[in-house]
Unconditional design. Structure first.
Length: 344
């Protein structure tokens, strides 16, 4: 059974399943879900906890022994098995699958790790555990989901609802829920009454937003110029190589160019051909409403010039040029704006 973190709510009387699968690339949500499980389990007599990590030296017999043997001082136990890659291998798959043959009601198994793909979710071991347990996918939050998470955490911490403060936290902590949680806890210490002004929050909160090139591409396609510039600034401050950003821009240019060309020929968009999943199709549709083949031609020239410059010389301010290129996806007309390439 699949349950998203925002709907995963346990209390002392909740019926616990024997297996919980907590996977994803968002650490704060994973931590919150696991902490909920620990507290609920403890309230129901699971007063012993073991932590195991699957690495190259891990012996799967250790897990079997842990599930079958209880401590002299405890009648119920929680076993937390960290599976970093989400892939237990042949031996591990066999062991995990066997756990459903004789489920021990006094053992609660929590398996957690990074992001897993559909292939892993379709494996025999995963389906076997999921049948009797709960799968909690923890993905990065964006848009309304991020606003809802921050609003809930503000309310839970005793703060009065404020759209301005919520928006400020979104902008400062986007892509970094752990930082958002820390900032809210800091505000709670500074203003225990729960009524700080927007100016007080601005002074207290540190910009800890984190983005990847893939986040940049999505915002680029949506046409949000302001957020695009902010993301570029953060990527530069985090030391992301300009060539990686340029690669992502070139890849999106190729996709958009091909779709626009097909549309000019009267063809309908074959999303599967371009490996554009349904959730991202609206982003491309927005971009296609703004851009033309003429825009693509101008972009091609600028991308080619930047590629040559970055490979043959040491560009003084590569992120300035990348900002120009990103704005051409909006599109802003920068055809007559020369890019100053130079060597430090």
């Amino acid at each position: 059974m699949q349950v998203y973190p925002n709907r995963f709510n346990l209390n002392q009387s909740s019926e616990l399943k024997p297996f919980y699968l907590v996977f994803g690339e968002e650490p704060q949500q994973k931590l919150e879900c696991i902490e909920q499980l620990r507290k609920t389990a403890l309230s129901q007599g699971f007063d012993e906890r073991q932590s195991l990590v699957v690495d190259s030296q891990f012996n799967w017999d250790t897990l079997l022994e842990a599930t079958q043997t209880l401590s002299l001082f405890s009648s119920r136990q929680v076993i937390e098995l960290e599976l970093p890659t989400g892939k237990p291998g042949a031996e591990g798959s066999k062991v995990l699958n066997s756990l459903t043959d004789n489920i021990n009601p006094d053992v609660l198994l929590i398996i957690h790790g990074g992001k897993i793909d559909k292939g892993t979710q379709n494996t025999k071991w995963f389906k076997a555990l999921d049948k009797y347990g709960v799968y909690i996918p923890c993905y990065p939050l964006e848009g309304n989901a991020l606003h809802q998470w921050i609003n809930k955490n503000l309310l839970d911490s005793g703060f009065q609802s404020s759209p301005q403060i919520s928006q400020l936290l979104v902008e400062c902590c986007e892509g970094n829920l752990l930082a958002a949680k820390q900032e809210i806890e800091k505000l709670k210490l500074l203003y225990p009454a729960g009524t700080p002004s927007l100016e007080q929050v601005k002074e207290a909160v540190v910009d800890q937003s984190r983005f990847t090139v893939f986040h940049l591409v999505d915002v680029l396609l949506s046409g949000d110029a302001r957020k695009t510039v902010k993301m570029l600034y953060r990527l530069e401050s985090e030391g992301v190589e300009p060539t990686i950003v340029a690669w992502a821009l070139t890849k999106e240019w190729q996709t958009l160019q091909s779709i626009l060309f097909d549309r000019k020929l009267g063809k309908s968009i074959n999303w599967n051909q371009y490996r554009i999943w349904k959730s991202r199709q609206p982003l491309y549709q927005r971009a296609l409403q703004r851009l033309t083949l003429d825009n693509m031609a101008s972009l091609q020239q600028k991308l080619a010039a930047f590629d040559v410059a970055i490979k043959q010389t040491q560009v003084v301010r590569p992120y300035v040029e990348l900002c120009h290129l990103c704005l051409m996806f909006m599109p802003y007309s920068l055809q007559d704006l020369p890019l100053e390439y130079g060597i430090e």
